[in-house]
Design a binder for this molecule. Structure first.
Ligand SMILES: Cc1cc2nc3c(=O)[nH]c(=O)nc-3n(C[C@H](O)[C@H](O)[C@H](O)COP(=O)(O)OP(=O)(O)OC[C@H]3O[C@@H](n4cnc5c(N)ncnc54)[C@H](O)[C@@H]3O)c2cc1C
Length: 229
């Protein structure tokens, strides 16, 4: 039900829920939850398929978690002898997805180019047996940084747009959101995390350097791929 200007929500059953503070932390569903309050979030739900392969019996102890930024793939051990792998091509915004399709099966045709990169990163995984692929997704903002802000609707806060790195950011996001709501000092400047469009959203120097390195590594990998083909 639409939120009222006083922060309350009137349900279809006629109940009234007083909620002076509401935090939208609905991940992939955060744009649709914001839509209930008439707020548009600049977040794309971008498809990110993942693949499971089974390491052969002679592989030995599980490998480490490994990101091959130059080659464009990552691996992490799953339970049993499985390895989860996926692409680091940074192109998820070009593949918008309905979050309700999360977990849908992915065909082998999509797996093959990713598994080739995985095999280059960890050659012993080149012989692993393909088990399955399924669709994951990221909630992506224009600069791939989360939104931690109060929306234009007073009392309606947003902690979303984690852009594929919300798990490791979670403790910091929690502390920052608590500071924002209680009006205390945030441990980290909130400025770069304001809703895009708010004039003060800026990427810090550290983030900028990180982004430049990330995109440069992808550009160089893509041009190597082009040269090789
Ligand atoms: C393949 C893959 C690999 C990843 N690897 C990493 C990684 O290595 N490191 C990392 O930091 N991050 C990683 N991430 C990203 C990370 O998983 C997410 O950024 C993080 O889980 C987002 O947390 P969240 O709390 O914002 O959203 P979620 O964890 O999605 O939580 C949102 C919750 O809101 C609930 N919800 C939705 N709609 C409603 C509603 N209407 N009412 C009530 N509840 C609702 C949902 O059920 C869900 O429980 C990866 C993501 C993928 C897909």
């Amino acid at each position: 039900m639409p939120a009222q200007p006083d922060g309350a929500v009137d349900t279809r059953e006629g109940d009234r829920i007083e909620a002076p503070v509401v935090v939208n932390a609905a991940g992939l569903w955060s744009p649709s939850v914001a839509g209930l309050a008439g707020i548009a979030l600049p977040i794309v739900i971008g498809r990110h398929p993942v693949f499971l392969v089974e390491r052969d019996a002679g592989f030995g102890p599980a490998h480490v978690v490994y990101l091959d930024l130059a080659g464009g793939s990552y691996v992490r051990p799953e339970t049993g002898d499985l390895t989860m792998t996926g692409s680091l091509t940074d192109d998820e915004t070009r593949h918008p997805m309905d979050p309700e399709r999360l977990g849908e099966d992915v065909g082998l045709d999509e797996a093959i180019p990713v598994l080739e990169r995985t095999g280059r990163a960890v050659p012993r995984l080149a012989d692993a047996t393909y088990r399955r692929g399924y669709a994951g997704a990221f909630d992506i903002t224009p600069d791939w940084m989360p939104i931690i802000d109060e929306s234009p609707l007073r009392g309606f806060y947003v902690a979303a747009g984690m852009s594929g790195h919300g798990f490791k950011l979670a403790p910091a996001v929690g502390e920052m959101m608590a500071a924002l709501i209680t009006g205390t000092e945030s441990p980290v400047s909130l400025m770069p995390f304001r809703l895009p469009g708010a004039s003060s959203r800026r990427i810090s120097d550290d983030m900028l350097i990180c982004h430049i390195r990330w995109h440069a590594s992808h550009r160089s990998r893509r041009s190597e791929d082009r040269d090789a083909s």
